[in-house]
Design a protein around this ligand. Sequence first.
Ligand code: HEC
Length: 144
Amino acid sequence: MKLGRATGVALFAGALLPAQQDFSRSVAMKQLMLDLIHPASNEILLSVNRGGPQNDSEWAGVRRSALTLAESGDLLMLPGRVREQGDWAKNAKMLSEAGMAAYKAAESKDVKALGAVTDAIDAACTGCHKQYRPNVFPRGDGSK
Ligand code: HEC
């Protein structure tokens, strides 16, 4: 059996985490998207559309959301969540990296750098959804 990269990560994570922790059962993918990932990306995108954070409190909000996205990439790779086929791992990693880049931009209050990251955030969402949300992308080229 050929082990893909995602499988390797899942097996590795599985070896480190106690067997009774099945994350897929505690929080569904849909909740993760609706209540964690989507609000975080939304806050960043809205802020950029309005010309960037306007004060320290808004910068703090963007930092928090950026960190949420950076960590969410790893949450999507936990056993019970990760899909072994297709570009799941690639898009999860892209989300982490884009989130981290947004976090760094927000730390240095760099509106231009923050704006430059939004395409990568969007690409991570769309890339994964094209393959794993067939109800939204019925005939997407990457659909399974
Ligand atoms: C690595 C894969 C992956 C990435 C990256 C990803 N998603 Fe998702 N997303 C999914 C899957 C799978 C579903 C379908 C969940 C279900 O219906 O059970 C989904 C569903 C959703 C939904 C619909 C939830 C519902 O059913 O009402 C929203 C909204 C969403 N994602 C937003 C985002 C946003 C915004 C991003 C990027 C910032 C993102 N997702 C990144 C895999 C991903």
